[in-house]
Design a protein around this ligand. Structure first.
Ligand SMILES: NC(=O)c1ccc[n+]([C@@H]2O[C@H](COP(=O)([O-])OP(=O)(O)OC[C@H]3O[C@@H](n4cnc5c(N)ncnc54)[C@H](O)[C@@H]3O)[C@@H](O)[C@H]2O)c1
Length: 251
């Protein structure tokens, strides 16, 4: 387990799923954690992190609103004095509909949260990372940023955009000691996927068998990759796009 003692990590969308698992993992590894989410459940996750012995605070933020993301980073620096790691994770699945039937509202919201949220996160955290002497950013894209998914135009466009934002920021800040990478999860067993499954065992089996490994991933399996990419063990890795997908994109 990497040592994040003395480091400060901001995790967006940390109230549930992959973000929650990553916030807990950062805490177990000794980081001070900012649990950022637009939902009330973030306070309970911050409490879980504190129960593991790390410092943690919950900050309410809608990542689609630039001023709120700026305030998140300001609050983090005010509370902990620095930002070393940022996991831009908050995201929504949006509606399932072919492109011509997808609503404009869905397009606007999915792009605003999934793509805008990652841009705002980097825009407002990078000055703090520079003040801290460098750091590591991990963005949460998806296998849907690498291949097409019928019925998910806004989602796939947003995640493809996250891949490109990652590469661009990696080039821009490499010389100043900030590494920027992204993970591309396959189907991971989280509340987001539960909403898609809607309690159907047949849909659950179908989604599990999409992965050559024959199962869904766990939020903890993504968290481990995020911690690695955020750690000094990944000191020569930047601009990387990492499928964590049970072999999904290998086909
Ligand atoms: N679960 C999967 O199979 C899967 C696969 C690939 C990528 N992802 C990506 O991983 C990320 C996390 O997904 P998850 O499955 O854990 O989702 P989830 O729905 O289980 O959890 C998402 C969290 O983000 C928060 N959130 C949503 N919109 C927000 C906003 N505007 N501002 C702040 N917080 C917000 C929610 O409150 C929730 O706590 C997303 O970006 C998602 O697209 C998930």
């Amino acid at each position: 387990m990497a040592d994040f003692e003395g480091r400060v990590a901001v995790v967006t969308g940390a109230a549930h799923g992959i973000g929650r698992a990553t916030a807990l993992a950062f805490g177990r590894a000794g980081a001070s954690v900012v649990v950022a989410d637009h939902g009330d459940a973030g306070e309970a996750v911050a409490e879980e992190v504190r129960a593991s012995g790390a410092e943690a605070v919950f900050v309410r933020v809608d990542v689609a609103r630039a001023p709120e993301v700026a305030a998140l980073m300001e609050a983090t620096e005010a509370r902990f004095g620095r930002i070393d790691c940022l996991f831009n994770n908050a995201g929504i699945e949006g509606q399932q509909a072919p492109t011509a039937e997808a609503t404009l509202e869905n397009w606007d919201r999915v792009i605003a949260v999934n793509l805008g949220g990652v841009f705002y996160g980097m825009k407002y955290a990078i000055p703090a990372l520079l003040r801290a002497g460098g750091g590591a950013i991990v963005n949460n894209a998806s296998v849907a940023g690498l291949v097409g998914f019928a019925g998910a135009s806004a989602y796939t466009a947003s995640k493809g955009g996250v891949v490109q934002l990652t590469r661009t920021a990696a080039l821009e800040y490499a010389a100043q000691g900030i590494r920027v990478n992204c993970v591309c999860p396959g189907v991971i067993d989280t509340p987001m996927v539960e909403r898609v499954i809607q309690g159907s065992p047949a849909v659950r089996d179908a989604m599990a068998s999409m992965q050559p490994l024959g199962r869904m991933g766990t939020p903890e399996e993504i968290a481990q990759t995020v911690l690695f990419l955020s750690s000094d063990a990944a000191s020569f890795i930047t601009g990387g796009v990492f499928p964590v997908d049970g072999g999904y994109v290998a086909r």
